[in-house]
Design a protein around this ligand. Structure first.
Ligand SMILES: C[S@@+](CC[C@H](N)C(=O)[O-])C[C@H]1O[C@@H](n2cnc3c(N)ncnc32)[C@H](O)[C@@H]1O
Ligand SMILES: [Zn+2]
Length: 289
């Protein structure tokens, strides 16, 4: 069941943005725009202009690959670090947390399982959100395009998470309380470096966190950053999943190189940063474009 949230969801129809109210099996605004709740408990708020492809966001195959990896414990180091960050924030009981680009819900599900928060997860991929909702019924899951509009009232969230995911600065700033915090994780330069070197011919990558900080610079200040690492021996199936989960599994030449590797010890590494909003004076009235 879709829970009854305290955070107000907003209608995603172009130029509407009226509050959505829960009615039996739908969310509906005062203008009569209505969005059915799926049987698994999420709400699809996608608008025609959000669908650049017929299957926007991660494919079912990529989502399932990521879930297998995470279920096997390959997200454990990042999850532990996120738990530490959340504990350090000493949030008020019932604090509202939004996960932008939540995928199949592993991290938000685990953080919510510890109790004390009202959790909202948003992703562009229907297969991702469907899987998330099936496993974690106590969370408010929506399908929406974070690049266009975050369908929540201004000042709703104490914490926003963006984990290997989209980072729309002005929308994140709008939906966050002024003293809120944004936790951003990106793959560290040496994430999967062994696998990328063997299959893609790539080495250590650039600092994506520096790029994220630049994207955010007008609205947020970086408070703290750290790198979390674990090493794992991945078998052939897990190596395939690791590539599929990062969008890169499909090409045939790579597939052949991958199939020649029976197992491999790989580095799993994330850069994790905490950002604080800068004081701002802009208009905070939402209006989906
Ligand atoms: C690399 S995955 C990370 C998923 C999850 N945060 C995790 O760490 O397991 C990136 C996610 O962003 C989603 N995504 C891509 N474009 C998006 C958009 N415009 N709005 C919302 N989500 C988007 C994809 O569907 C995918 O689930
Ligand atoms: Zn509406």
């Amino acid at each position: 069941m879709y829970p009854l949230p305290l955070v107000t969801l907003l209608c995603p129809v172009r130029h509407c943005a009226a509050p959505l109210e829960r009615q039996a099996r739908a969310l509906i605004c005062s203008q009569g725009h209505s969005f059915d709740l799926a049987r698994s408990g999420y709400c699809n708020l996608l608008q025609p202009q959000d669908r650049r492809s017929r299957q926007p966001g991660d494919s079912k195959a990529a989502v399932e690959a990521r879930r297998r990896l995470l279920d096997a414990g390959y997200g454990a180091a990042l999850l532990r670090a996120l738990e530490e960050e959340m504990d350090a924030l000493a949030l008020r009981p019932g604090a509202a947390v939004l996960d932008v680009g939540c995928g199949e819900g592993y991290y938000l599900g685990a953080l919510t399982g510890r109790g004390g928060i009202e959790a909202h997860g948003l992703d562009l991929s229907v297969p991702a959100v469907d899987l998330a909702a099936r496993r974690h019924p106590g969370i408010n899951w929506v399908v929406a395009n974070a690049d266009r509009f975050l369908p929540y009232a201004a000042g709703s969230f104490d914490v926003v998470l963006s984990l290997d995911a989209r980072l729309p600065p002005s929308e994140i700033l709008r939906v966050m309380v002024p003293e809120g915090r944004l936790l951003v994780a990106v793959p560290a330069p040496d994430d999967l470096v062994e696998l990328r070197a063997a299959v893609l011919g790539e080495g250590v990558l650039r600092d994506r966190l520096a790029r994220a900080a630049e994207t955010l610079a007008d609205d947020f200040v970086l408070e703290e950053r750290r790198t979390v690492r674990q090493t794992a021996r991945l078998d052939a199936a897990a190596l395939r999943d690791a590539l599929a989960a990062t969008y890169r599994g499909a090409r045939e030449s790579r597939q052949a190189r991958l199939e020649a590797i029976p197992e491999m010890e790989v580095t799993l590494a994330h850069d994790l940063a905490r950002f604080r909003p800068l004081p701002h004076f802009r208009d905070t009235i939402a209006s989906p474009a």
